[in-house]
Design a protein around this ligand. Structure first.
Ligand SMILES: C=C(O[C@@H]1C=C(C(=O)O)C=C[C@H]1O)C(=O)O
Length: 127
């Protein structure tokens, strides 16, 4: 994946690291980026685990003939994640966007499992 580049002043172009103060700022940004990359690594690992669990729920629901969605559970998660976000100092809108994204994707996969007669093997996440 590549991006178009404008002729902007960006951290990654050494032409712009003229003075010492700028160099210190660039060093600090590099350190922060290492931590951002570590957080992304943890999030990807956690998302993989979450989808493995929800896939198992999907297979169990299909086996029992339950619908893919459970709105009572979703209401509970919405309220809980809002509260957790506020306590953690995170904008609750971000928590809600996260919740909406993972739950929507989990339900899509539940439908695919149900359509395949309850076989979670149709999903590549078990590869
Ligand atoms: C995983 C489930 O199925 C769906 C997906 C959910 C989720 O990703 O957390 C929550 C509720 C359901 O709509 C479940 O019922 O627990």
């Amino acid at each position: 994946m590549t991006h178009e580049h404008d002729a902007e002043t960006v951290v990654d172009s050494p032409d712009h690291w003229r003075d010492e103060q700028t160099q210190r700022i660039v060093q600090r940004i590099d350190d922060l980026r290492q931590s951002i990359d570590n957080v992304d690594m943890a999030i990807i690992a956690l998302l993989a685990e979450r989808f493995k669990y929800t896939t198992q729920v999907g297979a169990l629901k299909a086996a029992a003939g339950f619908a893919p969605a459970d709105y009572k559970r979703e209401d509970y998660q919405m309220e809980r994640l809002h509260r957790l976000a506020v306590d953690a100092g995170l904008d609750p809108d971000i928590a809600e966007m996260y919740r909406e994204f993972v739950v929507t994707e989990a339900k899509k996969r539940h439908r695919r499992i149900a359509e395949a007669g309850g076989d979670p093997g149709i999903l590549d996440i078990f590869a």
